[in-house]
Design a binder for this molecule. Structure first.
Ligand code: CP
Length: 351
């Protein structure tokens, strides 16, 4: 069996990952993403020997927010590669962290990211960070200040475990799942649909799935109620990537039509940018879209398509039990594939 270290040693695309940050798939070329995906599939089916490239190395996993899949799959992936995961829950067992430049720290935040990142970088070889948006100020959330402050003051590889705007490990796990189901991803007809949820949620998952779908040349339909557009800069980026990679992107407000002939229906809720920071008004707005749920009737319009969701999911709110428990639900495979993507990526960034 070929060793991953030998494959990487003879492949300039794969060896080019070493020492880099992993913040968004947009920082990586189509060639890099394709090689990464191929290697992750080989990892999953034990066609390569991963070795123990993280022996003697540690990775800090810094969680500002809860997680089941990311936390577990990153921990296991690091251990499988011979490394030591150090899990830190901010404000619960570690100090609360301030990130604003020039902050007068006379409130609840005990330590600044400047010191926290600088210190962690002396102990570990990479830092993974989960930091959701505040959902109060869109410009501030979009600036991804927590990630950039860790990057600036840590100066070791930073891995995005879901930030305000991106969840790139999820996006790659999703693409790997589609490749696994169909054998290829090019030109695959995928529908990303907004789904009703009692709360306004962040946009990191829809952003990352749409971005990865465009980068891998899929035919992407984005379905949402009129007030729920994705970020305008992201939409321009999607059109550019789709054009460069032989795919396409279109938007519709017609949920039923969006699923016709689809290979994949990916459901996710997100908040309206028009009401960002105004939760009560947003909540009133979304009440009229309770019917945006994926059920058996909707899936019957697809080309025997698969149902996808990043999880956690609200049953019989975002998706019916029948679809989620049915034979075309790919949600558990998606979650598993996160681990194979992450093991591959960690071995490339840190070997
Ligand atoms: N999909 C995902 O990132 O799950 P967790 O929030 O449980 O990590």
């Amino acid at each position: 069996m070929k060793r991953v270290s030998d494959i990487v040693g003879h492949n300039s695309v794969l060896s080019g990952f070493r020492g880099r940050n992993f913040l968004t798939t947009a920082d990586f070329s189509r060639a890099e993403l394709s090689e990464l995906l191929d290697l992750a599939v080989q990892h999953k089916y034990r066609q390569v020997d991963p070795g123990q490239p993280l022996t003697g190395k540690s990775v800090a996993l810094v969680f500002f927010n809860p997680s089941l899949r990311t936390r577990t799959s990153m921990t296991v992936a690091i251990q499988q590669l011979g490394g030591v995961p150090v899990i830190l829950d901010v404000g619960k067992g570690t100090w609360t962290l301030e990130y604003r430049e020039g902050a007068v720290m006379d409130q609840d935040q005990v330590e600044h990211i400047k010191e926290a990142a600088g210190v962690l970088a002396r102990y570990v070889n990479a830092i993974g960070i989960r930091c959701f948006p505040s959902m109060r100020d869109y410009a501030e959330d979009k600036s991804e200040l927590v990630l950039s402050e860790f990057e600036r003051h840590g100066r070791i590889p930073i891995i995005n475990l879901e930030s305000s705007m991106q969840h790139p490990l999820q996006g790659l796990g999703d693409v790997m799942t589609i490749k696994e189901k169909f054998g290829s991803v090019d030109q695959r007809k995928v529908t990303l649909t907004w789904a009703w949820h009692p709360k306004a949620l962040p946009m990191a998952v829809p952003n990352s799935f749409a971005l990865a779908a465009a980068q891998y040349g899929m035919r992407l339909t984005i379905a949402h109620p009129p007030e729920y557009e994705l970020d305008a800069d992201l939409m321009s980026q999607l059109q550019r990537y789709a054009g460069e990679n032989g795919g396409s992107v279109r938007v519709t407000h017609d949920l039923q039509e969006s699923c016709r002939g689809a290979d994949v229906v990916y459901a996710k809720s997100w908040g309206s940018l028009h009401y960002y920071g105004r939760m009560e008004q947003e909540s009133e707005l979304r009440q009229k879209y309770r019917h945006w749920m994926v059920d058996e009737d909707l899936m019957a319009r697809t080309a025997e398509g698969y149902f996808m969701h990043c999880l956690p999911v609200r049953r019989n709110v975002e998706v019916s039990d029948g679809v989620l428990d049915g034979p075309r639900s790919a949600v558990i495979d998606q979650a598993e594939n996160r681990m194979h993507i992450q093991r591959t990526l960690l071995s490339l960034l840190l070997s």
